[in-house]
Design a protein around this ligand. Structure first.
Ligand SMILES: O=C(O)CCC(=O)C(=O)O
Ligand SMILES: [Fe+2]
Length: 518
């Protein structure tokens, strides 16, 4: 799977490099062949030109007569033989069949996943489709943009997924790009425009359908008389304010989480529109922390408080560049599509609301991993014997993880041999910076943490009573630009009382309103 992690994408680029060389080779071969034939054609044409002056005079010359006979007797056969022998086509197809076997190709899931990712980015960050299509992300142009075909294929796909609201802007964009190209009045592109007008009409977007019909009529006023009827019909539908069509009939179910108040908060936090108030920020401190650990000298590190209740802190520059390289190199070959635990059973499955690839490791696998555990222990005082395996993850195109709690729900059934209790705390190491997007969002606080390479984000998921702190719901905002790597450390409740004494007083009430926020 390529779309759920950016780390495999370079393989696809390598595939394309090979395919490109193969196609270039084919084109070279056929052009050599074509050139050879062309010079034969030119030579014969010269003969015909001189014959045209006086056919009789030409043919009276015995040399010319002989050459004509000789050409027709054998040369033309040689041309046919040469065309027949021409093997480039077969060679190319055979080579391609082999590449199909040996190289990496994306699957249909990859295509669907990357299309979804684009619309997710567009929605979350409220990107302008025209800008996105031209390769502009948040005002900066990166690389080349999309062609009208790209936009059309994306629109068509959204249509088949019944995501009609997103279909319209992409089809429109496709039309706009087509209009700027010199495709003009070629019948293929007119057919295409007509079919897109048809899409718009089925969707119930009569204005855009009419625009397109008018455009085709403007290009070829005579050729397609049936469009005048269509124009009349569309004008009538608009005049009468008819609201039929898929756009109007399929309203999103009100139970869809993606249109809930909570989800809107999350998206606002991702965009940086919603932030903690100045008042709540005032008591926050940043300090150099030097932990005293017996027999060990620790580098002091910068500890930044991001939130007080619930406590969220970020420790800066706690993983070395070298360890980061090692961790990515160790994890790279093992990462697989991340899974989530479904509510129904304990079975873990891939879900559209978490697109990343990850792998789990024993902290003892490498000193760099062990140091990740040690840091969290030093910083929090928690007993790291009761931590889950280290999880290293890489996000893909538009990769994200929608709002969730790391703690297990109240009636969670633990595995038979799991006696360590709930996830008392979470540590997230950022193993990369992210150029745009990809922050960790806490919609209720409302806090956005920007990934900073080598830093550690830490918070408690549980109240002292052991109940879930529902305010810690958090998410990974979609990655707009960059390659996001994290390492997750989850610590369980067992034997942590010396650091965080549990309390029989239920201090959890404060967070209850956030359990069923919607
Ligand atoms: O990647 C992030 O910013 C958050 C990841 C997360 O919440 C998780 O993996 O549970
Ligand atoms: Fe999480």
């Amino acid at each position: 799977e390529f779309y759920s992690s950016t780390s495999g994408l370079s393989q696809l680029l390598r595939t394309e490099v090979v395919l490109l060389a193969e196609l270039q080779n084919y084109v070279n071969e056929i052009s050599q062949h074509a050139e050879a034939l062309q010079s034969e054609i030119d030579a014969i044409k010269v003969e015909h030109l001189s014959a045209a002056d006086s056919i009789e005079g030409y043919l009276n010359n015995p040399v010319n007569a002989f050459r004509l006979i000789k050409r027709l007797h054998s040369d033309w056969q040689t041309f046919s033989d040469s065309v027949e022998r021409e093997a480039s086509r077969t060679n190319y197809l055979e080579a391609m069949a082999k590449h199909q076997q040996n190289l990496s190709f994306p699957t249909h899931e990859d295509f669907v996943g990357s299309a979804l990712a684009l619309t997710r980015l567009q929605q979350t960050y409220q990107l302008d489709v025209a800008e996105l299509a031209s390769g502009i992300l948040n005002g900066i142009k990166h690389g080349t943009g999309m062609s009208w075909q790209d936009c059309f294929v994306l629109g068509q796909h959204l249509y088949t997924m019944r995501d009609y609201n997103n279909t319209v802007p992409w089809l429109k964009q496709s039309m706009q790009l087509l209009a700027t190209q010199s495709y003009g009045t070629e019948s293929g592109s007119l057919d295409f425009m007509e079919s897109v007008a048809e899409y718009h009409q089925t969707l119930g977007d009569y204005e855009n359908a009419l625009d397109l019909v008018n455009y085709v009529l403007y290009l070829v006023p005579e050729e397609r008389p049936h469009l005048y009827e269509k124009r009349e019909l569309l004008e009538e539908l608009i005049r009468d304010g008819v609201r039929h069509g898929l756009l109007h009939e399929t309203v999103r179910s009100p139970t869809d989480y993606h249109i809930s108040q909570e989800f809107r908060l999350y998206e606002q936090v991702c965009r940086g529109e919603l932030k903690p108030s100045a008042r709540s920020q005032r008591p926050l401190r940043c300090r150099y922390q030097s932990n005293k650990v017996p027999f060990r000298l620790l580098q002091p590190y910068k500890l930044e408080e991001l939130h007080l209740d619930p406590l969220i802190v970020q420790a800066h520059e706690v993983v070395s560049a070298r360890d980061i390289r090692i961790l990515k190199r160790l994890a790279g070959p093992h990462i697989q599509r991340s899974t989530v635990y479904s509510l129904e059973g304990s079975e873990a499955t891939a879900a559209p609301y978490r697109t990343s690839q990850g792998a789990s490791f024993d902290y003892t696998k490498h000193r760099a991993m062990w140091r990740l555990s040690r840091n969290v222990g030093d910083l929090s005082g928690l007993d790291m014997r009761y931590a889950e395996m280290l999880q290293i993850a890489n996000y893909g195109i538009g990769g994200h993880f929608e709002p969730h709690w790391d703690s297990f729900p109240e009636h969670h059934t633990y595995l038979e041999n799991d006696h360590d209790g709930n996830r008392i705390a979470t540590g997230i190491y950022y193993l990369s910076d992210v150029q745009e997007g990809g922050g960790t969002a806490f919609p209720f606080l409302p806090l956005l943490v920007t990934p900073q390479r080598g830093s550690l984000l830490f918070w408690y998921n549980l109240h002292r009573s052991g109940d879930q702190d529902y305010r810690t719901k958090h998410a990974a905002c979609p990655v707009l630009l960059g390659n996001k790597w994290i390492a997750n450390v989850w610590i369980r409740e067992r034997r942590q009382d010396h650091v965080r004494p549990c309390d029989i007083y239920r201090d959890n009430e404060i967070s209850l309103p956030y359990r069923d926020f919607n």
